[in-house]
Design a protein around this ligand. Sequence first.
Ligand code: FAD
Ligand code: SF4
Length: 590
Amino acid sequence: MARQEKPVDVVLVGLGWTNSIMGMELAQEGLNVLALERGEDRDTVPDFAYPKMADELTYGVRYKLMAKPAKSTITVRHSLTETALPYRHLGSFLPGDGVGGAGTHWNGHTWRPMPEELRLRSYVEETFGKDIIPADMTIQDFGVSYDELEPHFDFFDKVMGVSGKAGNVNGEIHEGGNPFEGRRSSEYPLPPLKRTFNDELFTNVAKEHGLHPFPLPSSNASEAYTNPYGMQLGPCNFCGFCERYGCLNFSKASPQTCILGALKQHKNFSYRANSEVLKVELADDKKTAKGVTYIDKNGEEVFQPAKIVIVGTFAYNNVRLLLLSGIGQPYDPVTNTGTVGRNYAYQMMGGATLFFKDKFFNPFIGAGSNATTVDDYAINQIDFAKEGFIGGSYLLAAQTNGQPIRSMPLPAGTPSWGAGWKKATKDYYGHSMSISSHGSNMSYRDCYLSLDPNYTDDHGLPLLRLTFDWKDNDIRMTQFMKGKVEALAKGLNPDHLNISFKDFGAKYDVRPYQTTHNVGGAIMGTNPKTSVLNRYQQSWDVHNVFVLGSSSFPQNLQYNPTMLVGGLAYWTAKAIREQYLKQPGPLVQA
Ligand SMILES: Cc1cc2nc3c(=O)[nH]c(=O)nc-3n(C[C@H](O)[C@H](O)[C@H](O)COP(=O)(O)OP(=O)(O)OC[C@H]3O[C@@H](n4cnc5c(N)ncnc54)[C@H](O)[C@@H]3O)c2cc1C
Ligand code: SF4
């Protein structure tokens, strides 16, 4: 029988960006808030201190900060007729683990969504007609608008100390920023990061092609900064150990550097690391949760009673916890019924590496979000009817690192060992730059998440099963981007050019890293028949359960998700503070 802990007002499941935000918002409200995090406790000091954070083997190759597939993984298959197999080695995506979640080892690319992306189905139907959407494409509106979220994006910008140049302030287009972005109510809190040589080359060639280059919005601080919670960031020193590492310098925005230090000062907030939640426990009416069951650091089963349960365990973990807890009806792609698990989507990446014998790019200078980008191929800029696909991408020229094990790009055809490899390494280390495309991914009826019938975790509970593959729409989009990237790359006259974009017939491959921007499965919307959560990320079925993170997205953005994930967390927190606490119950009537 499980040990029972003292009741709390709110239990937060997971302690990454989403629940750090929620913890702060609800602790400020005076509630008694407890966070349960399955992984270890971590902080800048002592865990990210120099020199251990420059150990590429431990952190970059062996993924010290990330989830351990031997403890927790998913199974993967391409179609309904295949048997899924476990994802035993991290590859395609690198989920977080431990206090701070993936927000400690992310890059800090900090994009807002396009207003049109939040109402994608309506936008496509209004602009191009209903017939353009394939029958099996299940894109939806989010049920919340950009204008409603804007104040929360603005605040999250300030919490993270984002460095950038605005392109649209209150409808006025500003030179040097993104002219296609949605309206912002203020300029970024910090100026852009300093420019590197690749930025200069990309900016010039993009302008020659009539595009609108601007500095990538970055959560690597360009200057010293104090955020609204009193947390201080120092200027990024371009140390080159950013993605996959914790920041040794208090420069990368993370739950630790921006929120947790201040949140821990609240006496009504506490957290327990090494505490893995197995289930949200429901009351007999099945319409309310009474708390969660978790395994504590000693391996003991514990029941934690709570009035409100907030699930923020990362996209697909959220879906698994709902399925294991019996919250909502599991999705069935054959009958097209149920909701939990539907609309899983990923992202479509492609890129080029340009090699120059006579140009040197100092690879020891780099930061996770040191880049110049263009957004001329955004979702609201492409004529879907003409191009034959629905989607969009941004282009990026980044210089993030020159780490010796993983960051040694060589021209295609170079031998992978021996004298040929040595010569090419000598000739080209530090002589290359990249241009990549980062694209949306639409949702489909047969791309979904469910409990695996064959594989279980170390508690004997079913693993989550991912059924996913690329569709022609997404290949057409990436091939379109290939043409654009190739033209820009050739404009820079490299000596060698490697180009890598998916082509028709490509199967989803779990081995190479692509992106950790997994979305969907517990999507928000306006109709309980086609969404798991209402517009406040509140479960339609169990009103005191709220689910945060990119599991809410009905399809994937062309951008990195964290600004939207965080903006939605603030939006939900406001709804809890201003509406739910006054009158607990469904915030939207079904
Ligand atoms: C390598 C990498 C680079 C990235 N770069 C960018 C970027 O540049 N820009 C961008 O916008 N986004 C980026 N992201 C994505 C970004 O990190 C996520 O959007 C963000 O961290 C999501 O926050 P979250 O709170 O939803 O989940 P997480 O940060 O994943 O936190 C969830 C927490 O829940 C815990 N947990 C899981 N299951 C349980 C359980 N059963 N019980 C208790 N705790 C549990 C996990 O251990 C984890 O700590 C990147 C991600 C990765 C991995
Ligand atoms: S590159 Fe900058 S933000 Fe990233 S880890 Fe290094 S100092 Fe921190």
